[in-house]
Design a protein around this ligand. Structure first.
Ligand code: PA5
Length: 419
């Protein structure tokens, strides 16, 4: 289960916090009734037949592919990349590569070079099927696949995750006989990691999606009646915003969490950044960023608070080597676990930043494994929806995302988009 703590008393009294948390808990019913609230019960209501098909497809991919090219952008790629990387990467033969998440020619060519002569399959993920970035990448990799395997065999290596009934990708998949998986209508992109959108890539990477779902189910059980600790976090974020702490910095001490940070930024940024409202979600990976951003965090403009994602479990692994000499002055650390030193650096950072005027929140996972990751995803999804309702915005729309597309289509001369 995910734990949350914050030394809040400098910012709000216990009575006021309790009052506000109980108001926020009322939004649980609102989420349940929302057309886009399908993720709330997903850990206990997912499609078991599709789940089994995902596992079978993942086995097939592992048996015939050195690479799985995951084509998608935003909510259609950040979640699975976050999970796979946070859990230490692929565990079997198949390596996951990502494409269609930008319009960079260099980025696209780099993936093509990386595949070389190796065997590969494609998981194209797009609800609409018409998002420019993944559509261009899909066209590119489909052509390579057909050149390498021929049309019939190539079709067997394409896994399309899209709308159940309509859209360009759905129609193509039906016409060409691709294996298909569903982006549910009641779950938006940034909430979709525990659907086929994220699960196929995660399973193909050799990570247990059963354990991931178990962790989400456990977290749901702990929070479904009243929002649990997620409601407390949701309220305290808003309290900080009201006190002019406008930026929330998600901080952790694991380099593998870089894409988890990106997933979290989309979740909160797209859910809350509207109607001229919302915290700006930023992120750091320590201790790396203590040597670049640490100065600002300690002494810069006091407009930010930090939310640390921490792991309680100790990891026994690399130790500080024993040496006869002490030229580097590390004698006092000899033989100590690096993980223990890292946890002490974490504590020291929290204490120093708090003393420097940065409010600190802590989201704590029991271990760094599939179960805890499933729980962490559910915790943040729930906290985000509750926080957005508390802020007074709809957590499930993203009207602002269209503006750049319209302008780009006008400039590119897309039919129907005259300037
Ligand atoms: O969260 C979202 O809704 C977005 O990030 C979308 O997932 C993203 O724009 C991709 O859209 P689509 O899946 O239709 O290609």
């Amino acid at each position: 289960m995910i734990d949350f703590s914050c030394d809040y008393k400098k910012y709000i009294s216990t009575e006021e916090l309790e009052e506000r948390v109980s108001q926020t808990r009322q939004y649980m019913a609102r989420i349940e009734q929302d057309d886009f609230g399908g993720w709330l019960d997903l850990p206990v209501k997912y499609d078991k037949d599709e789940f089994a098909r995902i596992k079978a497809a993942a086995e097939q991919i592992q048996s015939d592919s050195d690479y799985l090219i995951c084509i998608g952008i935003g909510g259609s790629y950040l979640g699975h990349r976050a999970v796979i990387e946070a859990l230490g990467g692929e565990r079997g033969r198949t390596k996951i590569l990502y494409a269609g998440n930008s319009l960079s020619a260099r980025g696209l060519e780099q993936v093509i070079r990386q595949i070389g002569d190796a065997d590969f399959s494609i998981n194209v993920i797009s609800k609409s099927g018409t998002t420019t970035e993944p559509a261009v990448a899909f066209r590119t990799f489909k052509k390579l696949l057909i050149e390498k395997y021929g049309e019939e065999k190539a079709a067997k290596r394409i896994y399309a995750t899209t709308d159940a009934n309509k859209g360009a990708l759905h129609d193509e998949a039906v016409a060409k006989g691709y294996a298909t998986f569903v982006v549910p209508d009641n779950i938006g992109g940034r909430y979709s990691v525990l659907t086929a959108v994220g699960l196929l890539a995660i399973a193909a990477a050799g990570i247990s999606i059963d354990k991931l779902m178990d962790g989400a189910e456990e977290e749901r059980a702990a929070t479904i009646s009243d929002g649990g600790k997620a409601a407390e976090y949701a309220v305290l974020r808003n309290v900080m915003l009201e006190k002019d702490y406008n930026i929330e910095v998600l901080a952790n001490f694991e380099p593998n969490f870089m894409y988890f940070n990106e997933w979290w930024k989309q979740l909160f940024g797209e859910s809350e950044g509207k109607e001229s409202k919302g915290l700006f979600p930023a992120s750091v990976v320590y201790s790396t960023d203590l040597h670049s951003m640490g100065q600002y965090l300690q002494e810069g403009r006091r407009a930010l608070f930090e939310t640390f994602v921490e792991v309680t479990d100790s990891y026994s692994g690399a130790k500080v080597p024993v040496s006869e000499e002490n030229l580097d002055g590390l004698k006092y650390l000899e033989g100590r676990e690096l993980d223990e030193i890292c946890k002490i650096a974490n504590q020291a950072t929290r204490e120093a930043h708090e003393a420097g005027g940065v409010p600190i929140m802590r989201v704590i996972m029991p271990a760094l494994d599939e179960r805890a990751m499933g729980g962490l995803i559910y915790f943040f999804e729930l906290a985000c929806a509750l926080s957005a309702f508390t802020l007074g915005v709809n957590p499930f729309n993203q009207p602002g995302v269209e503006a750049y597309k319209t302008r780009m289509f006008e400039l590119l001369g897309k039919p129907g988009y005259d300037r």
